[in-house]
Design a protein around this ligand. Structure first.
Ligand SMILES: Nc1ncnc2c1ncn2[C@@H]1O[C@H](COP(=O)(O)OP(=O)(O)OP(=O)(O)O)[C@@H](O)[C@H]1O
Length: 798
């Protein structure tokens, strides 16, 4: 560390808060994360001289210890996942075994998969630049010209592609790839933490299809996965590839010291939101101010903002401030626009590196696969959704020898509020587990159909897909005449292949096409189930950050017509929801409280929408008349007996809830719990929903449900059940930490509440959570993050 280290970041922070009186300081916590020295090792002896020399020439003198460890495991044909920090050299861990194999075995081939085309292009460039004879790397994706494709199939030895292309372009045409599959030695799954939720479940099944086809050609490839740091990476990777996988998690790369400041924007007395609740200054506006101050200090800064429009507004805001106080710096600030062109990214990398740019506001487009590190500061406007992303983004700051500043600016929602007041949950907690569920029948069915179309499915194949679940789904597919059962297996008999009907980034549900009316251009698709709330008439729909307004939703033909328009408001749908319990998969029974996991049918009807300004101010509510939608999915729910909730039977010190306040109390507790579940499962609050009722028809008691938002579920409710106590403990803390008097978006209001956030009872929510936590045996008020579900009586009554 230089003399400056340890002080520069503090000086920068001081600058951003200059002029704010101490008692009004938005900074809720400051933490100092120490620097780490690198640990090198020698090149493994199996690395051919040729490969080693090229890598040395590219500036890598020796590998770091974790790189050599992971590469050697893969070389010995163990599936391996490397889950280490940002810029910890994960690429080398797969380049070493892949290149070594390609130069020593003339028939071997390697497949590289990345969640985005841009990342694959970047990685191809890195390998192409090495120019090692015989490696013949090539991309094969939607942008590969038709004329070049036969060459790739026939001659490329290292193919860089993405799951979508593997699904639609490679596996259905596998006979044309016979050479490639015969030699397939390694499959690299880069940034595998991106494969979570329903998309993750699709990719898990796609990888099983890949293994089956490889086996068909006599190959058993070894998988090398890279991941941001996540909890239980070995378990996650094993579930993703369907085979044992070992994890390398010790990060031996060097790291600069970082100072992390948590920041909560102030409440704005002059504005009011829904039901007259107070509104905070937006995280984007606050980030713009911080960005401008840091640029004035000459600090190279990246500000991560959740939406593209937000990124542009933040850059604009910072430029406006600079125009007044330091006009010569205005052009040092830019927004990073989507588009993901490798040239643009490289230009940005070098502009930041050389100081031509000092401040860039960006979406998470710059989170994956950009070689930008060693910045002076990173500002996060809003929690990026997962701890993995938080560390990935904040890891862009800090280089050996100088310390750097990270500022996390909380947005107006319960999770951000909680984190701003609980630094340990942000800074000391293991990152959340990535969740996926390859047994979800809604996802399994289309993949079994695709697999059968690729090559008839045999009984011996079923283990690969989870034998019990696969059999049940195959029976259904046969009954629906999608597949035909013959003694030798299951056959796809239609002429058209099923692949194009399967959207691996969708939910497995029917899709509604979003079409620009003027040009007939297909912008994207949304699930039929969520279409009423996302593309109802009047909705503002974002496509790659560009705003459109919906003119018409035609559910019968599965199409929504939109036109390009950028109104100053955004919209959020209001719906009425009903939930029916179909079965209980697991249940913990306590005195007066039960905690359950099971299947449910959620019936919803969108009845209108709110128009809201970016400041949070609500303009109006517009009614709609749309049909009911039914979602079959999984939910976690708790019930509370009336005696416990309103009667005298409680532990000392815990207050009850008057009967008239019960609906508002449960409703508020439900909203806050939805807001906090993403702390325990890698989901977004938009991936889940909730229902609460004072007396539910199926339980006969006060009940709060939190359910997955996708057909069949994606594992989020399961995580909520498994982490029930820490989840509700954090929920209670989040509500208590918010200083608003009676509920606001930072605690118990929900941006997508079907009932317009009515009724809501903030104090009642704390009482409900106290009662539940006391009944399940948790020490209320003390957040434990040990993910241990109370193990009272377990009833697996399925
Ligand atoms: N052993 C090493 N010695 C020195 N530099 C290295 C070493 N290994 C990798 N690097 C360099 O570190 C930088 C980051 O490497 P890489 O992009 O592979 O990291 P990563 O972990 O994949 O990053 P990200 O988290 O952004 O995906 C690159 O510039 C790379 O050249």
């Amino acid at each position: 560390m230089t003399d400056d280290a340890g002080t520069r970041a503090h000086r920068l922070l001081h600058r951003t808060t200059a002029g704010i009186p101490e008692d009004l300081s938005p900074v809720t916590h400051v933490a100092n994360l120490p620097a780490a020295e690198p640990r090198h090792t020698e090149w493994p002896e199996w690395v051919p001289d040729r490969v080693r020399d090229v890598l040395r020439n590219s500036g890598i003198d020796r590998p770091w210890a974790h790189q050599a460890e992971a590469a050697s495991l893969a070389w010995d044909r163990h599936n391996v996942v490397v889950a280490t920090g940002t810029a910890s050299g994960k690429s080398l861990t797969y380049q070493l075994p892949a290149l070594s194999t390609l130069v020593t075995d003339g028939k071997a081939t390697v497949l590289y998969l990345s969640p985005t085309k841009a990342l694959a292009t970047d990685q191809l460039r890195a390998v192409s630049d090495m120019d090692i004879e015989g490696v013949r790397p090539a991309t094969y994706d939607g942008d590969t010209p038709r004329g070049e494709r036969p060459w790739v199939r026939d001659h490329a030895r290292w193919v860089f592609t993405n799951p979508d292309m593997l699904h639609r372009g490679v596996l259905p045409a596998h006979p044309r790839w016979a050479r490639f599959f015969r030699g397939l030695t390694y499959v690299v799954v880069d940034e595998c933490h991106a494969y979570r939720g329903v998309f993750g479940s699709h990719v898990a099944l796609l990888l099983r299809r890949l293994r089956r086809i490889a086996r068909h050609y006599g190959a058993e490839p070894t998988f090398i996965l890279t991941s941001a740091t996540t909890a239980e990476p070995a378990e996650f990777a094993t579930r993703l590839i369907g085979q044992d996988c070992v994890a390398v998690t010790e990060d031996t790369s060097p790291r600069g010291a970082r100072t992390v400041a948590l920041w909560e924007p102030p409440l704005l007395p002059e504005l009011t939101g829904e039901n007259d609740a107070p509104v905070r200054r937006s995280a984007g506006a606050e980030a713009a101010r911080i960005l401008a101050e840091l640029v004035i200090e000459g600090a190279r800064t990246l500000a991560f903002v959740r939406s593209r429009r937000g990124a542009e507004l933040t850059a604009l805001g910072a430029r406006r401030i600079l125009a007044e106080v330091a006009p010569e710096l205005v052009d040092k600030v830019a927004a990073y626009r989507a588009g993901y062109l490798p040239e643009e990214r490289r230009e940005l990398e070098s502009a930041l590196l050389e100081g031509r740019l000092l401040g860039v506001a960006t979406t998470n487009a710059l989170e994956l696969g950009v070689d930008i590190s060693g910045l002076d500061a990173v500002v996060l406007a809003g929690y990026p959704g997962t701890l993995a992303s938080f560390w990935q983004q904040s890891g862009r700051a800090g280089r050996a020898g100088a310390d750097a500043l990270v500022v996390f600016v909380a947005r107006d929602d319960p999770l951000d509020t909680y984190l701003a007041h609980h630094p340990e949950a942000l800074l000391e907690r293991p990152v959340e587990s990535a969740v996926l569920d390859p047994t979800n029948p809604y996802v399994l069915a289309p993949h079994l159909a695709c697999a059968a179309a690729e090559s008839a499915l045999k009984s011996t194949d079923l283990d690969l897909f989870g034998a019990t679940e696969a059999r049940a789904v195959l029976d259904d597919l046969v009954a629906e005449k999608v597949l035909r059962r013959r003694p030798s297996g299951w056959y796809w008999t239609a002429r058209e292949q099923p692949h194009h009907e399967v959207d691996i980034r969708g939910s497995g549900a029917e899709q509604v096409a979003v079409v620009e009316a003027d040009t007939s251009r297909l912008l994207g698709t949304v699930d039929a189930v969520s279409a009423c709330s996302t593309v109802h008439p009047g909705a503002v729909y974002l496509h790659r950050g560009e705003p459109y307004v919906v003119d018409e939703l035609d559910l019968e033909h599965g199409v929504a017509f939109v036109h390009a328009e950028d109104p100053e408001w955004n919209t959020s749908a209001r719906d009425v929801v009903d939930i029916e319990i179909l079965d209980v998969v697991k249940r913990h029974v306590h005195d007066g409280v039960t905690v359950n996991l099971g299947h449910v049918a959620v019936t919803s009807r969108v009845v209108g929408y709110l128009r809201r300004l970016p400041s949070g101010e609500v303009l109006d509510h517009i009614p709609l008349d749309l049909p009911e939608q039914v979602l079959h999915t999984r939910a976690v729910w708790y019930t509370i007996s009336e005696e416990l909730l309103c009667g005298p039977r409680r532990r000392p010190g815990i207050t009850g809830v008057e009967p008239a306040r019960v609906p508002g109390a449960l409703h508020a507790a439900e909203h806050a719990a939805i807001g906090l579940l993403p702390l325990f499962a890698t989901c977004d609050r938009w991936d889940i929903g909730g229902v609460s009722t004072a007396v539910h028809a199926d339980t006969g008691e006060a009940t709060v449900f939190v359910h997955d938002g996708h057909p069949g579920g994606a594992g989020f409710a399961d995580r909520g059940f498994a982490a029930f106590v820490p989840w509700l403990t954090a929920t209670r803390e989040a509500v208590l930490s918010c200083e608003c008097p009676a509920g606001c978006p930072s605690c118990v209001q929900s941006p997508k509440c079907g009932n317009g956030n009515e009724p809501l009872d903030k104090a009642g929510a704390v009482a409900v959570l106290d009662i539940v936590l006391a009944a399940v045996g948790a020490a209320a008020g003390h957040g434990h993050f040990d993910d241990q579900a109370a193990d009272d009586q377990v009833d697996n009554s399925r």
